[in-house]
Write a protein that binds this ligand. Sequence first.
Ligand code: FES
Length: 101
Amino acid sequence: MTWTKIATADQVGEDEAIAVVLGDLKLALFNSAGGFHVTDNVCTHQYALLSEGYVEDGCVECPLHQGRFDLSTGAAMCAPATQPIRVYPVKVEGSDILVDA
Ligand code: FES
């Protein structure tokens, strides 16, 4: 595994998200349901950034058509989203948030 620091914990509040660019990857970092989650930032339905979506109870609602994704598994929870988003391993060391992407 290759862990890369992408943020510090104080950068993303409860039920909030930020966009993170890591090399060629567009990622979204979420803080919800008691933990941090990293996913691809671009919705699998059409082009929208999930870091701009509504975050609640470990899920994100896409800002464009309100498809919902589980932030732990990436599973699409409701139409029009049908394809999962990719999720990445995350760990916290002190105040640093690291991802294996
Ligand atoms: Fe995300 Fe349509 S672009 S649900």
